[in-house]
Design a binder for this molecule. Structure first.
Ligand code: C5P
Length: 394
């Protein structure tokens, strides 16, 4: 059965490129259907898209759609993927805030299909902190972006903001449509983020892990059909839809949550940056300078449980355990040591220097297993998450 891509078209000069996108998708056997914003119709008459797609073009939330009283819901349901190209800063902002004030944004809110956005706008609008933050918000909710290109813009400015090439958009959409469902029926357990180990009521030991890598792995596993449990330390990311998320603070709490989910998991991926030590005697109230100097100047630490090693020691046949190794030097040697010491099947090793690792959106990693080491290029964490799953599944 042919798959349906619903194409959201917003009001922007780059709209003419959408015709090429439609052609490209049709050539690949995909059914394309268009929903336009009111302002898009000022650039191109819906008739052009109707002729190209040989499908009715939806515009108004209250327009009559014959035989279809709740149009936004039926559009949302028939889409295997919702592509918005070109997507203006305005529509990105509305989607980031859940605003649904026209047919396109209402459909975006109602669909459970994957959403892919190809932004196009003036360079200053693109670089504006509001737009950047809105895009980041949508990314953390699993919406994929096809980066705008740099170059000469319709307004005469030079810079980033040009709609990606139609061929690039078509390829990205097809790749996503063909996304593997190779984790269907599997349970995947992922740990993410830092742990926070209290010193007293207001101070703690932690690290700058953002949780982005673990969340990206959980999202990728969910996309591929897995039943995912995500155990995360405190992060500034929203819970991902479609999975169980367990929030913890300390390593001991993380161990407890992982312990409860591990035996049922087919794959366990330990991305969390767990504090190796915790204060031995955290104070329930705030330690005071002048009064508690002895406790403040020398904090007695005790070792935390190694969650990965603890779980691996009871690994059953067929269960796959993956650890991460953030290193500042001797990447592969350290990763190999960790593989053996922690009885893991894979170690994903990355250098946490040169802007890599922790809070960055991209990462460069080497996957080490008993079969050897596979270095991967620098790429977005979402993409890397899929590459890691590809490796685990062989
Ligand atoms: O030994 P190191 O901290 O470098 O090991 C990193 C790997 O071990 C990561 O996968 C991390 O999630 C896991 N780990 C753990 N519990 C700890 C320390 C690390 O699960 N206490």
């Amino acid at each position: 059965m042919s798959r349906t891509v619903l194409i959201g078209v917003t009001g922007c000069v780059a709209i003419y490129k959408t015709c090429e996108v439609i052609r490209g998708l049709q050539k690949a056997g995909v059914r394309a259907k268009v929903v336009m914003t009111e302002s898009a119709t000022h650039f191109i008459n819906p008739t052009l898209f109707r002729s190209l797609t040989r499908e009715p073009v939806a515009v108004g939330l209250f327009d009559d759609a014959p035989g279809d009283p709740i149009h936004h819901i039926s559009l949302a349901k028939e889409a295997d993927l919702f592509l918005i190209a070109p997507c203006t800063a305005n529509v990105i902002a509305k989607m980031a805030h859940g605003i649904a004030d026209d047919l396109l944004t209402t459909t975006a809110l109602a669909t459970t299909a994957p959403i892919v956005i190809a932004p196009a706008m003036n360079v200053n609008m693109y670089e504006n902190a509001a737009t950047q933050l809105n895009m980041e918000t949508l990314r953390t909710r699993g919406i994929a972006f096809i980066d705008a290109e740099s170059g000469y813009l319709a307004c005469g400015d030079e810079g980033k903001g040009r709609l990606a090439d139609p061929a690039v958009i078509v390829e990205a959409v097809l790749e996503r449509l063909d996304a593997k469902r190779d984790l269907e029926g599997k349970r995947v357990l992922v740990t993410a983020g830092p742990t926070v180990e209290p010193i007293d009521a207001v101070r703690f030991i932690s690290n700058p892990s953002s949780g982005k890598m673990g969340f990206a792995i959980a999202a990728a596993a969910h996309e591929r059909g897995a039943d995912v449990t995500l155990v995360t330390g405190p992060v500034a990311l929203e819970d991902l839809p479609g999975m169980e998320t367990v929030h913890v603070r300390t390593a001991c709490e993380m161990l407890e949550a992982v312990d409860a989910a591990f035996d049922k998991a087919d794959i366990a991926i330990f991305t969390a940056a767990v504090s190796d030590y915790r204060p031995a005697n955290p104070s329930g109230c705030k330690l005071k300078k002048g009064r508690d100097d002895a406790e403040l100047s020398t904090i007695q630490l005790v070792e935390n449980p190694d969650i990965l090693a603890t779980m691996s020691s009871r690994k059953r046949d067929g269960q796959v355990v993956v650890g991460f190794a953030a290193e500042t030097d001797d990447l592969e040697v350290n990763a190999r040591e960790k593989l053996a010491k922690k009885n893991a099947d894979f170690i994903v090793a990355n250098l946490v220097s040169h802007g890599n690792g922790f809070a960055a959106d991209e990462n460069e990693a080497t996957i080490v297993s008993k079969d050897g080491a596979k270095p991967l290029n620098r790429m977005a964490k979402g993409q890397l998450a899929h590459r890691i799953l590809d490796e685990l599944l062989g």
